[in-house]
Design a protein around this ligand. Structure first.
Ligand code: ASP
Length: 325
């Protein structure tokens, strides 16, 4: 076979293989009735502040950029916004008044990076990406993560805004420092995107539970808990009481449910249901899950009413209410 005819043979074989894998994805990989045309590009993220974050991600996606770059750029908007009280700058501190950050990122190859209990760095998501791209490891924590960030060009920033400090002092007065479990604040940003090439990536970043015990790390930097991406199936991210998400490996569970036929919506509901089944729904905690599948279907669910998520695609942006499971 000449080189030219061999190339042609390979090209046809690859088109055939692509058709087979798309057909099997529609038939059994993602469940329900996926749209004939995949919806992409697409970006979704948790909470109202996801609208601004999606916009930054969308600029890259619309220009043909990669999902990985889009999710990093998107959540950086929330990290830098002092009005977002549970992410990056302006995030609520721990019980001792220190802002400690958790973040992770995962790409279409299943590669991932994370940082936890990181202080003084405005963009933990970018440090997480650097852990993924520059080290053989998945996660760095605490002073080791800070040293790594500083050695790689990140600068120290004071993340405790005057407003966050005043609120923390009020909390100290109100609880006389007795309350040791932190206070609910559900503003973690989790973001998932599909780019024009059909590749998926996700990012998740947070300052965690307000006034948490010093050293507490939640679900957000844990791959399979706060975030999971499988390029053949879909992706999911979480917000809310991290301990419940960690105990059920919520986002891994959602992606596995989608792999076995559930739609994103059903998978999110069943992952919320798992928390109930185990008897961990104390009626007070909130958990919100958001998922997309490979064909661009979006689903969400939560333990309680009030979880909102933002969706951006070629038809515009939307802020939607998730249905409690
Ligand atoms: N999931 C985050 C944590 O537990 C907080 C949140 O999203 O409310 O650290």
């Amino acid at each position: 076979m000449s080189i030219e005819s061999r190339r042609e043979f390979l090209r046809k074989t690859m088109i055939g293989a692509g058709a087979v894998s798309l057909a099997s994805l529609a038939g059994s990989g993602c469940g329900g009735d996926p749209p004939a045309e995949a919806r992409r590009p697409l970006v979704v993220s948790t909470w109202r502040h996801g609208l601004a974050a999606n916009e930054a991600a969308w600029e890259l996606l619309e220009a043909g950029g990669r999902a990985l770059d889009a999710v990093e750029a998107g959540v950086r908007v929330s990290e830098a916004d002092p009005e977002v009280r549970s992410v990056g700058l302006g995030g609520a501190p721990d019980g001792e008044g220190h802002v400690t950050l958790d973040a992770c990122i995962m790409d279409q190859r299943g590669e991932c990076g994370a940082v936890a209990f990181l202080e003084h760095i405005l963009h933990p998501i970018s440090v997480a990406r650097m852990v993924m791209e520059k080290t053989p490891h998945v996660m760095l924590v605490g002073s080791g993560a800070l040293d790594f960030a500083l050695a790689n060009g990140f600068e120290k920033t004071n993340l405790l805004t005057a407003e966050a400090e005043a609120k923390w002092r009020q909390w100290l007065l109100a609880t006389s420092g007795r309350e040791k479990t932190g206070a609910a604040n559900h503003d973690t940003i989790g973001m998932l995107a599909i780019d024009e090439q059909g590749d998926l990536s996700g990012a998740c970043t947070t300052s965690g539970l307000a006034y948490k015990l010093r050293g507490r790390v939640g679900d957000s930097p844990i791959i399979g808990a706060g975030l999971y991406v499988d390029n053949a199936v879909g992706a999911a991210c979480a917000t809310g009481r991290g301990e419940l998400v960690m105990k059920t490996l919520g986002t891994f569970l959602i992606v596995e449910l989608m792999r076995h036929g559930a739609s994103p919506d059903e998978a999110c509901r069943r992952a919320i249901g798992r928390i109930d089944e185990r008897g961990w729904n104390d009626g007070d905690a909130q958990v919100g899950y958001l998922a997309i599948d490979k064909s661009g279907r979006v689903g969400a669910s939560s333990l309680r009413p009030g979880f909102q998520y933002a969706v951006r695609d070629g038809s515009g942006d939307n802020l939607l209410d998730a249905q409690p499971a």
